[in-house]
Design a protein around this ligand. Sequence first.
Ligand SMILES: Nc1ncnc2c1ncn2[C@@H]1O[C@H](COP(=O)(O)OP(=O)(O)OP(=O)(O)O)[C@@H](O)[C@H]1O
Ligand code: NI
Length: 263
Amino acid sequence: MEQPKNDVLKVKRLHVEFQTSHGMVHAVKDVSLEVKRGRIHALVGESGSGKSVTSLTIMNLLAGNGKVISGDVTLNEKSLLKLSEKEKRQLYGDRIGMIFQDPTAALDPLFTVEQLLLEGLRKHRRMSKKQAREAALESLRMMNLRDPEELMKKKPYELSGGMCQRVMIAIAMSMKPDYLIADEPTTALDVTVQKQILEEIYQLSRKENLGVLFITHDLGVVAEIADDVSIMKDGEIVENGTVEEIFYHPQHSYTKKLLDAVL
Ligand SMILES: Nc1ncnc2c1ncn2[C@@H]1O[C@H](COP(=O)(O)OP(=O)(O)OP(=O)(O)O)[C@@H](O)[C@H]1O
Ligand code: NI
């Protein structure tokens, strides 16, 4: 498919509310941000600030008690919130992928790595089994996973947390998406593995021209990989800018407070 020049994923003045037994919770308030191809946009904020709700809205995965009150999510100016079920199935996984914090929960333990990889590929791509297998192996290699042939036979519980996370990224990347939504993908991993996976995601953004929305509460992670940063607090974006602007010229007192805590 031909790529439009200004390929961009946008969240526009988004408001999301949840109906709860204690009344309405206004979780996302007037959030706007842009994810561009080949760049990593970090969405940063403390627990409960609305990061995951924002990403789930982009993926059309909002919980049943949640509602978009106003605003929009667009891909090249087409609304993603008004898609038919068929359009959603075509778009998600294919052009926009997602990875989560806990890969072991996301990967079905009953299936082998090969089955997990082939499922997505065969669903979205007209490929023979042989072609799909080759594509699966290639995406495992892309994640620097050694001996992919052996790995294909394993089930998720036989893998370490870091390997699992790499397999999940490989599954997402096997579809060659244009955008990847990554919700705290390295939080559960130890520091060395975390660094390696951050490096892989960074390389993917550059080599594959992948636009990444990277959700984290960790400004250290932001410093390592982000190009653009949005700081979120209590459902709102209090400040946004390039990573240099945020680290060297923070404007908002909350951003300064977050920086003081890590420096
Ligand atoms: N299904 C739901 N029903 C009611 N409230 C919800 C629901 N999902 C999220 N919320 C509320 O929305 C707010 C934002 O939650 P969200 O999960 O986006 O935070 P977060 O920034 O991702 O935090 P964390 O870093 O802990 O993952 C919180 O107050 C949360 O309790
Ligand atoms: Ni979250």
